[in-house]
Write a protein that binds this ligand. Structure first.
Ligand SMILES: Nc1ncnc2c1ncn2[C@@H]1O[C@H](COP(=O)(O)OP(=O)(O)OP(=O)(O)O)[C@@H](O)[C@H]1O
Length: 276
């Protein structure tokens, strides 16, 4: 079996606007191997979220106007909606930016996780399911009893952990994470990201992590892609991008890090084995 999980070729996404069609991404190409950690950085509006929403077929108003998206050898752009629905969670899942908005406020956590199993025809039956959901919550650092709670009874970090639990419930081969910790305070960010990294490694999934924080990125990812005005202008091993950036915009991103000392620390971090 090939080790390539994802192959994105020449992805172009357009949003229709009053003044014509707007290209949010242009000819974006990259691929991911099993277990690879790929970070996407770039200024606001550069097309990072559009890229992963196109993968999940969750674009709001946008259209994939050309390109190919191959997941585990299957062309996604040719799948019908029903086939695509089956593939979400099972082969590819999304950890959204704001857990607050993605969890259903009127359903207990256990029921929301249970829905994923139901939607995919996974039967556990009674107590067995409670144990399975409890085990899943334990894997992301939560107590099994969290399944009996409603989202409003949980902290932001706990909710984001629930979203991580959901994303691995069916052991997909690809996890997409859109700034999964940006709404959390710095210490909680690190812990939640460490949990995401641990479970991703446990299940052997590849991951695309979108983020703004270059320091967090340097610690987490092995490959870094830089987006600028809808184009993927640079992609390579994170240490190469940090120590030998090819594009002016990438140089600017690195130079915008607070001081030379800290830059040196980040480059060093990028040279160490990715954490956790
Ligand atoms: N529904 C939409 N309709 C029209 N234009 C959109 C829509 N969603 C995004 N865009 C535009 O597409 C471009 C790319 O947006 P995208 O959200 O992918 O950027 P991003 O790099 O993820 O930004 P951020 O870091 O702020 O999340 C932006 O110019 C944005 O204004």
């Amino acid at each position: 079996m090939s080790d390539t999980v994802l192959k994105v070729s020449d992805l172009t996404v357009q949003y229709p606007t009053a003044s014509g069609s707007f290209h949010a991404t242009r000819n974006v190409s990259f691929s991911l191997q099993r277990g690879e950690r790929f970070g996407l950085v770039g200024e606001s509006g550069s097309g990072k979220s559009t890229t992963i929403l196109a993968l999940m077929r969750m674009l709001k108003g946008g259209l994939v106007s050309s390109g190919s998206l191959e997941l585990n050898g299957r062309e996604l752009t040719r799948l019908d909606d029903e086939a695509f629905r089956k593939l979400r969670f099972a082969e590819m899942s999304l950890v959204p930016q704001g857990a607050m908005n993605s969890l259903n406020p009127v359903l207990r956590i256990g029921a929301q996780i249970g829905d994923i199993y139901d939607d995919h025809g996974v039967r556990h039956g009674g107590a067995d399911r409670e144990r399975i959901i409890g085990d899943l919550l334990t894997r992301v650092g939560l107590s099994p009893e969290v399944q009996r709670r409603y989202p409003h009874e949980l902290s932001g970090g706990m909710k984001q952990r629930v979203c991580i639990a959901m994303s691995i419930a069916l052991t997909p081969s690809l996890i997409l994470a859109d700034e999964p910790t940006s709404a959390l305070d710095v210490m909680v960010q690190k812990q939640v990201l460490a949990t995401l990294g641990r479970v991703q490694r446990d299940i052997g999934a590849a991951i695309i992590l979108i983020g703004h924080d270059m320091a967090l990125m340097a610690h987490f990812v092995t490959t870094l892609g830089v987006m600028y005005r809808g184009e993927l202008i640079e992609v390579g091993p994170v240490r190469d991008v940090f120590s030998n950036p090819q594009h002016e915009y990438t140089r600017m991103l690195i130079n915008s890090l607070p001081s030379f000392d800290r830059q040196a620390r980040f480059i060093k971090a990028a040279h160490q084995e990715a954490l956790p």
